[in-house]
Design a binder for this molecule. Structure first.
Ligand SMILES: Nc1ncnc2c1ncn2[C@@H]1O[C@H](COP(=O)(O)OP(=O)(O)O)[C@@H](O)[C@H]1O
Ligand SMILES: [Mg+2]
Length: 154
């Protein structure tokens, strides 16, 4: 599904709706240029998962775990050497215990499980455009749900 978000709070609101459908083991793979709004989207995820407290870019710490009813593991692959380093850091363990939001997912393709939600963020004339795609059966169902929630005929 594609949705235009004129302002940061719109991006956070879309993420908040997605968050309601997530549980530990789900991966949100974020792709988009610097400043597109990947961290902004993760802030919306955190809010939707009921996590309080600030969510800032984990570029330098690589990973930050936000505790809550549904824990959120926020990862930034920007400074990683590649997929292997992500796996060495414990990527699979994080995914066992939490929802994982991964910025710069395209730089670590080889480490990504086949089941994931891809969020592509790009600049638009006004604000941003978000493209959400469910890869794998569970993720596809989640995106279908978001789409039908969007449809006033349902
Ligand atoms: N529609 C929008 N959605 C998301 N962020 C937006 C939007 N419009 C403006 N912004 C701004 O763009 C910046 C996005 O920064 P950030 O989320 O850190 O990007 P990234 O993590 O992709 O590098 C923020 O300063 C945010 O306020
Ligand atoms: Mg960021």
């Amino acid at each position: 599904m594609a949705v235009e978000t004129p302002a940061p709070e719109d991006t956070r609101a879309v993420a908040g709706r997605l968050a309601e459908l997530l549980r530990p083991g789900d991966l949100v793979a974020l792709v988009g240029p610097l400043g597109a709004g990947k961290t902004c989207f993760v802030q919306g995820l955190a809010e939707g998962l009921g996590i309080t407290g600030p969510v800032t870019s984990p570029t330098f710490v690589l990973m930050r775990l936000h505790r809550g009813a549904t824990p959120l593991c926020h990862v930034d692959a920007y400074r990683l050497s590649g997929a292997e380093e992500l796996v060495d850091l414990g990527f699979d363990d994080w995914l066992q215990e939490s929802v994982v939001a991964l910025e710069w997912a395209d730089t670590v393709c080889d480490a990504l499980p086949p089941e994931r939600i891809e969020v592509l963020i790009d600049y638009a004339v006004e604000g941003r455009v978000l493209r959400l795609r469910g890869i794998g059966p569970r993720s596809a169902r989640i995106i279908e749900r978001m789409k039908s929630d969007d449809d006033p005929r349902d």
